[in-house]
Design a protein around this ligand. Structure first.
Ligand code: SF4
Length: 348
C-alpha cells in the first residue's frame, strides 16, 4: 500500500529492537480510515523493529465520557478486532486494556502528588480541547490531570519512544518532566521517552469536514466493501461540470488517492484532472477500486476474528497478563524508591 507521506521510522540496528514503544487509543467509537492512516499503519510498521505496547485507553475515555461511560466497554472488542485485522501481531506487540492493569492508577496517584498544577494548566491542548468540546463540562480534576495519567501509562513500561503527531509533542514533554522530577526526588528509575514524530496525513470526512462519527462522514474499517465503495462515490468534490478543469490539491478525495495508488498513477490522475480529461465519477471509481483492493486482506482478517471471539479474548487475556507482569515489576521499584511497600511482618 502506498503511504509515501510517512517517514520510515523503522530502526536500522539490532540495538533498536530492544527499545520500547508505547501508544494507546481511546475506545470512543468504531475505527475509521483516519485512525488507520494516522496511527495504526505506523503501529504495524513499528512492531517489526521495536518492543511495542499498544493499549486501549478506556480510563482516558472516561475523562470526557464520564456522564455515559457504559458505552466505552462495548467498543473495546471491536477495537481489538480492528487492531488484529490491520496486522498488529500479539506475538510481536503487547496488546492490552488500561483498566485491566490497576497499577496505572497507583502510579498516576503518585505522579499526581508532585506534578505542579501550573504544568497542567499551561498544557496547550487543555484549553484547546475545552473549547472544542464546549458542549461537555470538562472543568474536572480528571480532565486537567489527563497528562499525568498519560505519563503513568508511558513510564509504567519504561517506554523509550512514543509515536505522536506534532500536536501531541507537549504531552510527551510533560511525561519527560514528570520522569525527571520523580528521578530527582526519589531514585533514577525512569527513562525520558522521546516523541517519535509521525506525519499524519490530512484526511477529511466524505463531506469535507473533519472525519468524525458525530458528522456521520467516516469510512470505517468495519464497513463492508460495498459500503466503502458507496461512501467514496458520495465524496463531495467542488467540480460540478466534467468540462471544468479540476485542482487535485483542493480535492478531498485526492489525499486518499495518494495513500492508495502508485506514484505514477497519481501523477496521471493529477494531470488528467487539471486538463479536464477525467471526470470525478470515473476518478472516484478508480479510488474505490484501489481502496477495496488494499483493504481486502484487512477485511478478510476482520471476518476471521469476528467469527472467532474466543481467540480474540484469549489474545487480550495474554496481553493483559504480560502487561501486568511488567507493571508489577515497575511498581515494586516505584514503591521501593518512594519508601512504600513496608513488610508489615517486620513491624515492631
Ligand atoms: S477528477 Fe478526481 S482529483 Fe480531480 S476533482 Fe474530481 S475527484 Fe478530485
Amino acid at each position: 500500500m502506498a503511504f509515501a507521506d510517512t517517514p520510515d521510522q523503522r530502526p536500522k540496528t539490532e540495538a533498536h529492537k530492544q527499545k520500547r514503544i508505547l501508544s494507546g487509543m481511546r475506545p470512543t467509537g468504531k475505527l475509521h480510515l483516519g485512525n488507520y492512516y494516522g496511527a495504526l499503519y505506523n503501529w504495524v510498521r513499528l512492531q517489526e523493529a521495536y518492543r511495542c505496547h499498544y493499549f486501549v485507553a478506556d480510563w482516558h475515555a472516561i475523562t470526557t465520557e464520564y456522564e455515559a461511560p457504559q458505552a466505552i466497554s462495548g467498543y473495546i472488542p471491536e477495537m481489538i478486532i480492528d487492531w488484529l485485522s490491520v496486522g498488529l501481531d500479539p506475538e510481536k506487540s503487547t496488546l492490552f486494556v488500561q483498566s485491566a492493569i490497576p497499577e496505572h492508577c497507583e502510579l498516576y496517584l503518585i505522579f499526581g502528588m508532585f506534578t505542579p498544577v501550573p504544568w497542567l494548566e499551561r498544557n496547550p491542548t487543555y484549553k484547546d480541547q475545552m473549547e472544542q468540546l464546549s458542549h461537555k463540562d470538562l472543568a474536572t480534576y480528571g480532565f486537567l490531570g489527563y497528562p499525568v495519567l498519560q505519563a503513568a501509562d508511558i513510564l509504567m513500561y519504561k517506554a523509550d519512544g512514543v509515536p505522536v503527531g506534532v500536536d501531541q509533542v507537549p504531552h510527551v514533554e510533560m511525561t519527560r518532566e514528570i520522569a525527571r522530577r520523580f528521578n530527582h526526588l526519589y531514585k533514577p528509575i525512569f527513562p525520558e521517552p522521546e516523541a517519535l514524530l509521525t506525519e499524519i496525513p490530512k484526511l477529511t470526512g466524505t463531506d469535507g469536514r473533519k472525519m468524525s462519527k458525530s458528522y456521520d462522514n467516516c469510512i470505517y474499517l468495519s464497513d463492508p466493501p460495498e459500503v466503502m465503495a458507496q461512501k467514496v462515490r458520495q465524496m463531495t468534490t467542488d467540480r460540478p461540470y466534467r468540462r471544468d478543469p479540476g485542482e487535485p490539491e483542493r480535492c478531498l478525495a485526492f489525499p486518499f488517492h495518494r495513500l492508495n495508488l502508485p506514484q505514477e498513477r497519481i501523477a496521471e490522475i493529477s494531470a488528467e484532472c487539471r486538463a479536464a480529461n477525467l471526470g470525478c465519477v470515473d476518478c472516484k471509481k478508480l479510488l474505490a477500486e484501489a481502496l477495496l483492493e488494499n483493504f481486502a486482506p484487512i477485511q478478510e482478517r476482520r471476518r476471521y476474528f469476528e467469527a472467532h471471539p474466543d481467540e480474540v479474548r484469549d489474545i487480550l487475556h495474554q496481553g493483559n497478563k504480560r502487561a501486568r507482569e511488567q507493571a508489577r515489576i515497575t511498581m515494586a521499584e516505584v514503591r521501593d524508591a518512594v519508601g512504600f511497600g513496608l513488610d508489615i511482618q517486620s513491624w515492631r
